[in-house]
Design a protein around this ligand. Structure first.
Ligand SMILES: [Zn+2]
Length: 312
């Protein structure tokens, strides 16, 4: 009798425990089956010294993986980017090259040596332009940065579709033509309300306007201002910007044109623009832009001078 009561009691206890554990076990199963939500990405910038162009390389990180946007100009700066990636503790999965200007791709071979499993990608326009750009810029760069210039180029794979992912988070690649460079990719991360726009914008750094496509440069900056859902703009040179701050860059370009058209020579442009913007970094960009403007004006004036001397 006593045993029976005891047995009944034990069975009741067992049922109670099962009743208690079952929902927990079911909840645990449900948790395991539920897909892991995509991570919140983070952006960390490495900015080169002003003498090395103040160019940004951006490290976009998820939980365990990372994407690097743009390589550097000189070897010593690329070393610091490699250190930043290593310090992040993330696995570098992808390296993206936004455009075929040397301050954004010269570090590729070094990065590839440091992170051989990272996939290097760029849009077709960039891949096509890189070999010629590398050959053209290396001798020039060696004069300015002797011993600090890459002697090899690692070619990116063609990114045939305009989108990327990092740990399941979508990154849209927008194509822009005929601005600061012939072509540039802007990477929009909708979940961060951010765009990594490369040299479609500069922030308190003298821009490289030496390809003289002033209308395209301003159109691209305005396109950034109109990007839906974007709050923060990460430029190729200088710190992050808000959309209204892009107006300052557009105004700089307007001023450059105005100053350059009225200036007698390169020095006059450099002096006037650096006086207007004493806090701007990387004066080399201004020197090259001013020089290119004056040279183009001289070339333009040449046929007219020839024809006037030829006229009897
Ligand atoms: Zn640049």
């Amino acid at each position: 009798m006593v045993d029976l009561v005891g047995k009944d009691h034990a069975m009741t206890l067992q049922r109670s425990i099962i009743a208690l554990i079952a929902p927990l076990a079911l909840a645990a199963c449900a948790t395991a089956a539920r897909p892991v939500p995509p991570p919140t990405l983070q952006i960390t910038a490495y900015a080169a010294a002003p003498a090395n162009g103040r160019v940004n390389s951006y490290l976009v990180t998820g939980r365990t993986k990372a994407m690097l946007v743009d390589a550097q100009l000189v070897r010593s700066e690329t070393e610091k980017v490699i250190a930043m990636v290593r310090a992040s503790g993330k696995e570098l999965e992808t390296i993206v090259v936004t455009h075929a200007h040397p301050d954004h791709f010269m570090g590729l071979a070094q990065l590839h040596a440091a992170f051989p499993s990272a996939r290097i990608v760029a849009r077709p326009e960039v891949v096509e332009a890189l070999p010629e750009a590398f050959d053209r810029f290396v001798p020039l760069l060696e004069k300015f940065f002797p011993g600090d210039v890459a002697d090899a180029l690692v070619m990116p794979e063609v990114l045939s579709q305009p989108h990327l992912q990092l740990e399941g988070v979508d990154i849209e690649v927008l194509d822009f033509h005929e601005g600061e460079s012939e072509y540039v990719s802007a990477l929009v991360i909708p979940s961060m309300q951010a765009v990594l726009c490369s040299d479609m914008a500069y922030n308190h750094v003298h821009p490289w306007l030496n390809e003289l496509r002033f209308d395209g440069v301003r159109e691209h900056a305005r396109a950034l201002q109109e990007l839906p859902g974007v709050q923060t703009v990460y430029p190729g040179h200088g710190g992050p910007m808000t959309k209204p701050q892009l107006q300052e860059y557009i105004t700089y370009v307007d001023e450059f044109l105005q100053v350059a058209e009225g200036a007698s020579d390169t020095k006059a442009i450099v002096d006037a623009m650096s006086a207007k913007h004493p806090d701007y970094e990387a004066l080399a960009g201004l020197r090259f832009s001013a020089s290119a403007f004056v040279q183009a004006r001289e070339v333009e004036a040449q046929p007219a001078a020839d024809s006037s001397t030829a006229t009897p």
